[in-house]
Design a protein around this ligand. Structure first.
Ligand SMILES: NC(=O)c1ccc[n+]([C@@H]2O[C@H](COP(=O)([O-])OP(=O)(O)OC[C@H]3O[C@@H](n4cnc5c(N)ncnc54)[C@H](OP(=O)(O)O)[C@@H]3O)[C@@H](O)[C@H]2O)c1
Length: 269
C-alpha cells in the first residue's frame, strides 16, 4: 500500500476510467491531486459517486489548468503538505487518462479524428518536461521519482494482434489518427522510464472498446475482466470504464504497481 505521506497525481480525472480510479483511491483513504480544466465538473462527478465534500477537502487537491500548462502540472505533481522544512516531495504515482473528443470529418478513409489529434503525446511530453524541471530545481526529488500509468488502447501493438476480427477495420482504419497518438504516448512513456528517465516505472493499459461511464456501481467488478499482456493479449470486444478504473486502482494504485512495471496490459470483458 502507498505510504500515507505521498499522493497520487491524476490527469484526465473527469474521464470515465480515471474518475472511477480516483473514486476508489479516495474511498481507500489515500491522498490525491488532480489537474482539471473545469474543477467544478470534477467535484460534481465525485459527489455523484458518493464522495463527500469532507473527503474531498481532506484528501484531494484540485488544480485548475490545461495539460499545456507546465506550471499547473508541476503543482499537481508536487506535495503541498511538505511541512515546515520546505522540502518538496513528489507524487508517488501518476495516473493519466487524458484523451481527446472524437469528431467526424469528410473523409472516407479517415471518417473519425479527434479534436486534438496529439493530445496524449502532448500530455506525456509536458508531464516529462514538468518532472525534469522539478528534478533540476530540487535534485533530491529525483531520488523518489513517480511511476506513471497511462490509458492507451488495443489495436496499437507491433507484437500481436489484440483486436477481434470484426473490429479490425474500425481500429486500424477508422481510428488510425487517435491510435497514432496513443502509440507515440506509449513510446514516450517507455523511453522515459528507468535510468535517467522521468519515471520510476511505467504501466500501459490497453482497454478494448470502452462502454458505460465512471459510475463504480455500474461496473461488473475488476476481477471479472480478462487480462492479457502484449505477447499474450486478452482479445475481446468491450470493457466498462468503471471496471478499467477499478482494475488500475486494485493492481497499481493500491499495490504501488511494481509487479506491473514494463507491462502493456490488455483489459476486456
Ligand atoms: N473510446 C474508447 O472506446 C477507447 C478505447 C480505448 C482507449 N480509449 C482511451 O482511454 C482514455 C480514457 O478514456 P475515457 O473515456 O475514460 O476518458 P475521456 O472521456 O476520453 O476523458 C478524457 C479526459 O482528458 C481530459 N482532457 C482532454 N483534453 C485535455 C486538456 N487539453 N487538458 C487537460 N485535460 C484534458 C478531459 O477533460 P475535460 O473533462 O476537461 O474534457 C477528460 O478528463 C482516453 O485516452 C481514450 O482515448 C478510449
Amino acid at each position: 500500500m502507498t505510504s500515507p505521506t505521498t499522493h497520487i497525481a491524476f490527469f484526465g480525472a473527469t474521464g470515465g476510467c480515471t474518475n472511477a480510479c480516483l473514486v476508489h483511491t479516495l474511498n481507500a483513504g489515500l491522498h490525491a491531486t488532480a489537474l482539471a480544466r473545469t474543477p467544478t465538473k470534477l467535484v460534481d462527478m465525485l459527489h455523484a459517486q458518493g464522495i463527500t465534500q469532507d473527503v474531498i477537502d481532506a484528501q484531494l487537491t484540485i488544480f485548475k489548468g490545461d495539460i499545456s500548462d507546465i506550471h499547473a502540472i508541476k503543482d499537481t505533481l508536487t506535495n503541498h503538505d511538505a511541512g515546515t522544512t520546505g522540502a518538496v516531495t513528489l507524487a508517488s504515482q501518476i495516473i493519466s487518462g487524458i484523451g481527446g473528443t472524437p469528431q467526424m470529418q469528410m473523409s472516407l478513409r479517415r471518417p473519425v479524428t479527434i479534436d486534438n489529434p496529439e493530445i496524449c503525446a502532448t500530455a506525456t511530453t509536458n508531464i516529462i518536461k514538468a518532472l525534469q524541471e522539478i528534478y533540476k530545481a530540487q535534485p533530491s526529488t529525483a531520488l523518489h521519482k513517480p511511476s506513471i500509468t497511462v490509458i492507451s488502447t488495443t489495436g496499437v501493438s507491433d507484437v500481436k494482434e489484440d483486436v477481434p476480427f470484426a473490429f479490425r477495420i474500425l481500429y486500424h482504419v477508422v481510428l488510425a489518427d487517435p491510435h497514432k497518438d496513443k502509440k507515440e504516448m506509449e513510446r514516450l512513456v517507455t523511453e522515459n522510464t528507468g535510468n535517467g528517465g522521468a519515471f520510476r516505472g511505467a504501466v500501459i493499459i490497453r482497454p478494448s472498446l470502452l462502454m458505460g461511464d465512471q459510475s463504480v456501481k455500474e461496473g461488473q467488478g475488476w476481477e471479472k475482466l480478462r487480462v492479457g499482456r502484449e505477447d499474450e493479449p486478452a482479445v475481446g470486444y468491450t470493457v466498462h470504464r468503471a471496471d478499467v478504473g477499478q482494475w488500475i486502482f486494485e493492481q497499481v494504485v493500491k499495490t504501488g504497481g511494481e509487479a506491473r512495471f514494463g507491462q502493456r496490459i490488455t483489459l476486456t470483458n
